[in-house]
Ligand binder design. Structure first.
Ligand SMILES: Nc1nc2c(c(=O)[nH]1)N[C@H]1C(S)=C(S)[C@@H](COP(=O)(O)OP(=O)(O)OC[C@H]3O[C@@H](n4cnc5c(=O)[nH]c(N)nc54)[C@H](O)[C@@H]3O)O[C@H]1N2
Ligand SMILES: Nc1nc2c(c(=O)[nH]1)N[C@H]1C(S)=C(S)[C@@H](COP(=O)(O)OP(=O)(O)OC[C@H]3O[C@@H](n4cnc5c(=O)[nH]c(N)nc54)[C@H](O)[C@@H]3O)O[C@H]1N2
Ligand SMILES: [Mo]
Length: 764
């Protein structure tokens, strides 16, 4: 492709200067501590930095705005990890973006800057508006901003022409009020980041075990014999999980890692919270690494299970938990039949894993009295994402590994409150039971038609069926698939509203008019008429607990997320509303009382959440009670997915580097993988590089072709990496432009961000 033909990249990066070194073989240790201190100091200064970090994840402090990994009951002095510290430092930065900044820099000027640069400018301080045809944002009062939203919403032909997105950092209180406002307004158009994340887990698990959440608690890691970590990179994305894995390994558990990449965190770990963790060579973690092909997991799991079945046939009664299978499950015969008819050739070919290795994995599962399977985006973001999760459940059910201590399913959630947001009603497909409870509690008629999820919201905006977009957090432009499509979708709106803490590219690609509404972050004091407030969140294991910020807000003009929602609701619904919005904001206990009225499991919410460590929500599957339509856990049968790759084509996964939180880029380095000063890179197997006549460091354009449309991500550099043949890895969000809007998982509609067929076009 020539210089003129290549499109402007919609995701921008700073000047890059790629350096490649060997990937690290141990996670944590001194480099992690050093990186933590550097980030904290740079953003917050020495004293504020240290003080803030010591409040992180404390019983009376604030919940880490990073991932959703749970906190142990016994907290360390420094109960945080390198990447949690980066997320906190990023929010608690002392830098600010004041109105003058946005009045000076035009939107097209800012479009030329990288996402990392935009984020690094600091915290947003004032509500800002971009008026029609204007090239700039300018300051606006809160009242005028709310009126503008109300005018646009009321002018719609139907409430279904508005989209209300949520990102998973939002608290239970803000999320509950938000869905209440949206449903009283009259729509279920509540897409959220979960649609792009663990939706496949939710859909998959609900069907076969009756709850859409994981079934293990942190203490189960101390009692388990084997842990399978599948399609997850905890050393980077859930570093506090490393302490749990380390403890499990020390207690004798065997850890198996299934991943196309030999991720550093899964081989060895030096716990920076232990004195001994700073020296020595670290604790060896995974004893078996299966370098599966991208999307080879169905084949691999079938292989492990086929091996178990054959073993059971050789020594009946010794391998499977037949009693559990007979009494608590259905569908075993069809499932076993399918395994018998799946050939070993097909399994080995599709998974890329040899029989011997499969046998080793099966032996570990057979020897384990108690087994846990953990997974994340490596399983959910495929067209067969739901099938992937249900194969994991099949694997667990064979040994009766759900519903007893030390065993179970562990989808490791991403955003710190993504699970809580769904629990309190952020869902485009609410149940009738939930809507009935809203109606009986509040006395308004709840909309019954299901709303748009993320993919379908984008399509509706693009086609003109939706005209107003409101984002409660997040970065809808850069996190969604098909960036050019998303940009057009946003530009097609009459009004786009972003409730945000930091500047991102989503603020630059707007509807006819746009608002930025700046809000308080987790780390900050939330003072309301009724005094100082706290909020609550639910972690990956269903524990609901408090989070109370301690820092003075970044600006006097910030409102809390609940207050912003109430402001929009008051202005839009006015006196017709059945809900006393302003009273609820004065004291968040009153919001929690309403959550308790509407949602089961929150009994004595205000009392129980004040107890140190919070409380666990009910989870029938964890107790061995499967509330599916048939009342038992289900074995299911899924085909092995096929990817026909022509010459010159590769199957690409888009993954996170060590120095980003989703679309927020901290630096252009990926320390564990040995990649420095560059994000526009494509990792390939060295033999593939050679075969294709490419060279390391060579610039290439990445091209995907689906349904006759060619999508181009320009100007990437080739990096040789230890990974299966014919696979490619790029970073999210740089490569999102290649993910077609119509490539998403069956039934969960999660974009297939981990299996996109691409070609490489060398740049002359
Ligand atoms: N520091 C930090 N922490 C985070 C985040 C962050 O961006 N930065 N994001 C948060 C969020 S929202 C989420 S959802 C989680 C994400 O946490 P992860 O799911 O760990 O994140 P990804 O980088 O998407 O990594 C997916 C992993 O799956 C592997 N993989 C890809 N395709 C396949 C496949 O087909 N099969 C198998 N077996 N493996 C595969 C990749 O090699 C990679 O190791 O992390 C959360 N925590
Ligand atoms: N290709 C590809 N695409 C992906 C993924 C992938 O692996 N590959 N992963 C997907 C996944 S798992 C997820 S979860 C989504 C993430 O999608 P999002 O949740 O939409 O994206 P984030 O990058 O987490 O959002 C960052 C922005 O949130 C705002 N923010 C930060 N803290 C707060 C807060 O406390 N309150 C408010 N109101 N705003 C705040 C800041 O302005 C910041 O710029 O991306 C998805 N997209
Ligand atoms: Mo996520």
């Amino acid at each position: 492709m020539t210089e003129d033909e290549r499109p402007e990249p919609i995701v921008r990066n700073d000047e890059e200067n790629l350096e490649v070194t060997e990937p690290s073989n141990v996670a944590g240790g001194v480099p992690a501590v050093k990186a933590t201190m550097q980030h904290a100091r740079r953003q917050m200064g020495l004293i504020r930095g240290a003080k803030t970090l010591l409040q992180l994840n404390k019983l009376d402090g604030f919940d880490c705005p990073g991932c959703a990994w749970p906190d142990p009951q016994k907290r360390a002095t420094a109960e945080f990890c390198e990447n949690g510290a980066k997320a906190v430092a990023d929010e608690a930065t002392t830098k600010v973006v004041e109105p003058e900044f946005l009045e000076q820099h035009s939107l097209s000027d800012l479009m030329k800057k990288s996402g990392r640069w935009l984020n690094a400018q600091g915290r947003l301080t004032h509500p800002m508006v971009r008026r029609e045809q204007s090239e700039h944002y300018e300051a606006i009062s809160w009242d005028d901003a709310f009126s503008l939203i109300a005018d646009e919403l009321r002018a719609l032909n139907s409430p279904d022409e508005a989209i209300f997105y949520t990102s998973g950092r939002t608290s239970n209180e803000a999320a509950f009020l938000y869905q209440l406002f949206v449903r009283e307004f009259g729509t279920n158009n509540l897409p959220d980041c979960s649609n792009m994340c663990h939706e496949s887990s939710g859909v998959g698990l609900s069907e076969v075990i009756g709850v859409g959440k994981g079934t293990v608690l942190l203490e189960d890691f101390e009692r388990t014999d084997a842990i399978f970590v599948i399609g997850q990179n905890p050393g980077t994305n859930h570093p506090r999980m490393m302490s749990a894995l380390q403890k499990a390994a020390r207690n004798g558990a065997t850890i198996v890692s299934i991943n196309p990449l030999r991720e550093t965190g899964l081989s060895r770990f030096k716990n920076p919270q232990e004195v001994g963790g700073w020296i020595g060579s670290g604790t060896p973690l995974s004893s078996l690494f299966l370098q599966v092909r991208i999307n080879g997991d169905v084949a691999l799991l079938k292989g492990i299970m086929k091996q178990m079945l054959e073993e059971e046939e050789r020594r009946p009664g010794e391998v499977l938990n037949q009693k559990f299978i007979d009494e608590r499950t259905s569908g075993f015969d069809e499932f076993a039949d399918d395994l018998r008819h799946t050939s070993w050739e097909k399994i080995v070919e599709s998974s890329g894993i040899e029989r011997d290795e499969i046998r080793k994995a099966a032996d570990i599962a057979i020897d384990a009295d108690r087994m846990i399977c953990c997974w994340a985006m490596g399983l959910t973001q495929h067209k067969n994402g739901v099938a992937n999760i249900q194969e994991v459940v099949n694997f667990l059910l064979m040994g009766g590994q759900i519903g007893r201590p030390g065993a179970g399913a562990c989808p490791v959630r991403g955003h710190s409150n993504v699970q809580g947001d769904r629990t309190v009603g952020i869902w485009d497909r609410p149940t009738d039971e939930f809507l009935d409870r809203l109606e009986s509690t509040f006395g308004f008629e709840a909309p019954r038609e299901h709303g748009y999820d993320t993919v379908h919201a984008l399509k509706a905006m693009k086609s003109g069926d939706a005209k107003v977009f409101v984002g409660l957090g997040g970065n809808f432009l850069s996190a969604t698939p098909d960036t050019d499509f998303s940009a057009e979708a946003l530009e097609n709106c009459r009004l786009t509203v972003q409730i945000s803490t930091k500047l991102n590219r989503g603020h630059l690609v707007t509807g006819d008019r746009a608002l930025i509404l700046p809000c308080l972050g987790r780390t900050e004091i939330d003072e309301q008429a009724g005094g100082r407030q706290f909020v609550t969140v639910e972690n990956s294991m269903g524990i609901v607990h408090r989070s109370r910020g301690k820092l003075p807000p970044a600006s006097d003009h910030l409102l809390s997320e609940p207050a912003i929602v109430a402001g929009m609701a008051n202005a839009t619904l006015g006196d017709d509303s059945k809900i006393p919005w302003s009273e609820l904001i004065a004291d968040y206990d009153t919001i929690r009382d309403l959550i308790e009225d509407v949602i089961d499991g929150f009994e004595f919410y205000n009392k129980r959440v004040r107890k140190p460590g919070g409380f666990a929500l009910p989870n029938p599957a964890r107790e061995g009670d499967f509330e599916t339509d048939t009342g038992d856990a289900k074995f299911t049968v899924h085909p092995i997915p096929e990817h026909e790759l022509d010459d010159g084509q590769y199957l690409m996964m888009t993954i996170r580097s060590h120095d980003q939180f989703n679309t927020t880029i901290y630096t252009d380095n990926d320390r564990y993988r040995g990649i420095k000063n560059a994000r526009r890179v494509v990792m390939l197997n060295p033999l593939d590089i050679e075969n294709a006549g490419l060279a390391e460091g060579q610039p290439v354009d990445l091209v995907s072709r689906y349904d006759g449309t060619e999508r181009v991500a320009p100007d990437f550099k080739v990096v040789a990496y230890d990974m299966p043949r014919r696979s490619a890895a790029t970073y999210f969000p740089e490569a999102n432009v290649l993910v077609p809007i119509d490539e998403y998982a069956h039934r969960s509609h999660t974009p297939a961000s981990k299996s996109i067929v691409i070609e490489l076009h060398p740049i002359e």
